[in-house]
Design a protein around this ligand. Structure first.
Ligand code: HGY
Ligand code: MN
Ligand code: MN
Ligand code: MN
Length: 411
């Protein structure tokens, strides 16, 4: 069974055409014209195959290839097709085109599987437009309700519910995206590593056994706008200088928690945002990750204490909005072992890995057995225009998934 390297390359390059920032990496936010272009490309490719195509109530694209066993649970394969801002061409699409190429090869070789195979291109995994993220998979696991679509807004203040309507989806039906765990046999994802390990150790694939927990929050600090020239320092309620005291401490909270805990302040917005006005309001994100849930909780507690301290010291106010909370998760040992055996048979050298990046796989693990493999990232770079994976390396990962799902279909 041979996948087609040219098709793999063409798929990545064709998907990359649907990009809001061609001059600076790839930006494809959910429910935008770039999303529509990518979605339509995938539909066009899927329509060449004997599959049932539909979009679920969350807007993820699904294509189902019938199995021989009636009413058997599906083996779901895929990843997400949205991107971060000015990101790369492989983060997400590598796993989506894996699923597309496997469906093509199954059809070309008239492969019969007992279990139906489902291709999924999941929506809004990055949260690049609305925050939070892993939205398509959280909808499948019943973790999203209509209220979230009303609450989560993009930079222009458009709610997800409004964006759904503008795009042609009905936000009130979101809970219909929920999948019955009984109808799922496994969820198997291919993703780029987004780190340097596989390349440094000259390994073909990473087989993931564990994904870190993630807590993402949005913090708002509210002070008071004042004249920058006439307001004495001790009279100020400066939202930015007080928030900065918390932000500068966050790296130490992560270091103190240990166990590889990381914390990142990735966004910072200042209002009204003028050089001669004391900042009235600041909003910043904090992304906390650790393989130990208690370490995440420890960092959160320290952040809450630091916020209470600036409130007492500077009479500013603050609020914290929880955007995402996912606990650390072990992936299926059974699928892990099949990956290991199949990679040996294919002559691939593999490495057992923990994932510091979040993936839809960590969400789907709540309702089904999950497998996740990585393919090498050049120089370990990702979430940047320099993100790159050799097509030959991607092809090796796709072949491993193909042989693995045939085996998963036998258990
Ligand atoms: O944030 C992550 O780890 C993933 O890229 N969404
Ligand atoms: Mn990503
Ligand atoms: Mn990703
Ligand atoms: Mn290589």
């Amino acid at each position: 069974m041979k996948t087609n390297l040219k098709r793999i390359k063409d798929d990545i390059e064709n998907l990359s055409k649907f990009n809001a920032t061609p001059e600076n990496g790839l930006t494809r936010f959910s429910l935008t014209e770039e999303d529509r272009g990518a979605r339509n490309y995938l539909k066009k490719e899927l329509q060449k195959l004997d599959v049932e195509i539909y979009e679920d109530a969350a807007g993820s694209l699904v294509a189902r290839r019938a199995g021989t066993a009636k009413d058997a649970p599906v083996v779901m394969i895929g990843s997400h097709f949205d991107s971060v801002k000015n990101g790369g061409h492989f983060d997400g699409p590598a796993g989506v085109i894996m699923a597309l190429e496997i469906l093509r090869v199954m059809e070309e070789n008239d492969v019969k599987t007992k279990y139906p195979i489902e291709f999924v291109a999941l929506i809004e995994e990055e949260g690049g437009r609305f925050g939070g993220g892993v939205f398509g998979s959280r909808s499948m696991t019943g973790q999203v309700d209509y209220q979230e679509l009303l609450d989560f807004k993009d930079a222009a203040g458009i709610s997800m519910a409004q964006a759904f309507e503008n795009f042609g989806f009905d936000p009130t039906k979101i809970e219909e995206a929920r999948r019955d765990p009984e109808e799922l046999k496994a969820f198997i994802e291919l993703h780029i590593e987004q780190g340097p390990v596989l390349e440094n150790e000259a390994k073909d694939v990473g087989i993931v056994d564990f994904i870190v927990g993630i807590n993402q929050i949005k913090v708002k600090v509210e002070g008071r706008a004042d004249h920058a020239g006439t307001t004495p320092m001790e009279m100020r309620k400066d939202a930015l200088s007080s928030a900065a005291e918390v932000i500068s401490e966050i790296k130490n909270f992560a270091l103190k928690a240990g166990n590889g805990t990381v914390a990142t302040v990735g966004t910072l917005a200042v209002k009204p945002g003028a050089a001669n006005i004391v900042p009235a309001e600041v909003e910043f994100s904090v992304d906390i990750r650790s393989k130990k849930l208690n370490c995440i909780q420890e960092v959160r507690e320290q952040i809450d204490q630091a916020l209470a301290a600036i409130k007492a010291e500077y009479s500013v106010d603050y609020s914290v909005q929880n955007m995402l909370m996912v606990e650390p998760v072990e992936l299926s040992e059974e699928i892990f072992n099949i990956f290991k055996d199949e990679s040996k048979k294919l002559g691939l050298n593999s490495k057992q890995m923990i994932s510091g990046a979040g993936h839809d796989a960590m969400i789907m693990a709540a309702i089904t057995d999950v497998g996740l493999i990585f393919v090498p990232s050049k120089d370990g770079r990702s979430h940047t225009p320099e993100e790159w994976t050799d097509y030959e390396d991607l092809q090796k990962g796709i072949e491993l998934i193909y042989h693995t799902i045939l085996k998963v279909g036998e258990i």
